[in-house]
Design a protein around this ligand. Structure first.
Ligand code: PLP
Length: 366
């Protein structure tokens, strides 16, 4: 990326030599992204985040349908990231779209039969994520996409969590739109990508110049795109090396937690989950306190519960999966990366029980 902050500073939209050089780098990055997901270059739109890519997908299709008078029904799942969930809510509340939110089972999985039953003549778009960020569950996206395709209904998937850990092919997934984010596969922060299948009715929700063929106006982050492509090439080269090892480490972690800590449950699907992803709920714990206790020990983890004004809020995803608020506030997500070692997993397992005990005592005394 460094040359594109310095001697190759050109704006890819400029016609002069500096601009053309930047445009060539951008074209190459776009081709790399397209090739990685089985798309054509012209179907890739660079954005400033995965959030933006999801926003453009949902609004772009909804607005196009509105303009063409083609229906007003959207379908999504109860476990989507806020980038999708909040966008769908706004389309419902402020733009008059009707929304069906699909339920999930206790593993956080959508049943394709529920999608089949929810599809209507006026359904414009179905949006179901590929892999869940909080509980790691992989959705039956290929089947859901096929159901949509049979009926000529557009299908979008938020694939942000997936690229480092599984191959993605837009045709195999039957996706018309697909959102990605570079920082989830070792690329830079602040770069997202949206695949829009050629011919998909789409009205740009952002207006401005003709960048990204008018689909996402705004000067493109050339250095970011170059870094994204480099990360994607690395991931394609190394993914196979890491995935089986990470799945073993993940299972070691999951089994270790379930053995060593009382009153804990695994969240998400036991097998149909991201190979690097382990997530739990602990009774009598608030997730943020546990996160801070582990942080002190040098472990960076996350929780689905948000603490606003001292009151832990349970994650809507866990509630949708049937966990009670008491269990759901004690959520913990532990993800492994390409560099994570067995020794690190074991060190984590050594400190976790003590951290949980401390947090439980503090909460009981509060
Ligand atoms: N979708 C999912 C499933 C995510 O996990 C995230 C980020 O955590 C996003 C969307 C948003 O991506 P970004 O951070 O690039 O805005």
């Amino acid at each position: 990326m460094l040359p594109y902050f310095g001697e190759r500073f050109g704006n890819a939209s400029s016609l002069h030599a500096f601009g053309r050089r930047a445009a060539a780098a951008l074209d190459e990055a776009r081709a790399t992204v397209a090739c990685a997901i089985g798309a054509r270059s012209g179907e890739i739109v660079f954005t400033a985040s995965g959030t933006e890519a999801n926003n453009l997908a949902l609004r772009g299709v909804a607005f196009a349908a509105r303009r063409q008078g083609k229906g007003q029904h959207l379908i999504t799942s109860a476990v989507e990231h806020q980038a999708v969930a909040a966008t769908v809510s706004q389309l419902r509340e402020w733009f008059g779209f009707e929304v069906t939110i699909l339920p999930v089972d206790r593993f956080g999985m959508v049943d394709p039969d529920d999608v089949r039953r929810a599809l209507r003549r006026d359904t414009v778009l179905v949006s179901v994520m590929l892999a869940n960020n909080e509980v790691g569950t992989l959705q039956p996206v290929r089947e859901i996409g096929a159901l949509c395709r049979e009926r000529g209904i557009l299908f979008h998937t938020d694939a942000v969590q997936a690229p480092a850990y599984m191959p993605i092919d837009v045709s195999a997934l039957n996706a018309d739109l697909l959102a990605l984010s570079a920082h989830k596969f070792y690329g830079p922060k602040g770069v997202g990508m949206l695949y829009i299948r050629e011919g998909t009715p789409y009205m740009p929700p952002i207006t401005g110049g003709g960048h990204e063929r008018g689909r996402r106006p705004g000067t493109v982050n050339v250095a970011g795109a170059v870094g994204t492509a480099a990360a994607l090439r690395m991931v394609q080269r190394e993914q196979e090396l890491h995935v089986a090892r990470l799945a073993r480490l993940r299972d070691r972690l999951i089994n270790g937690v379930l053995e060593r800590v009382p009153e804990v449950q695994l969240t998400g699907h036991p097998t149909q989950r991201l190979p690097n992803h382990a997530s739990f709920v602990f009774q009598g714990v608030d997730g943020e306190s546990l996160l801070m206790a582990l942080d002190v020990e040098g472990f960076a983890v996350s929780t689905g519960s948000a603490c606003s004004s001292g009151n832990p809020e349970p994650s809507p995803v866990l509630l949708a999966m049937g966990f009670t608020p008491e269990w759901a506030i004690g959520s913990l997500r532990v993800t492994l990366g390409y560099a994570t070692t067995e020794a690190e997993v074991d060190a984590f397992l050594d400190v976790l029980p003590e951290c949980v005990t401390r947090v439980r005592l503090a909460l009981a005394e509060a």
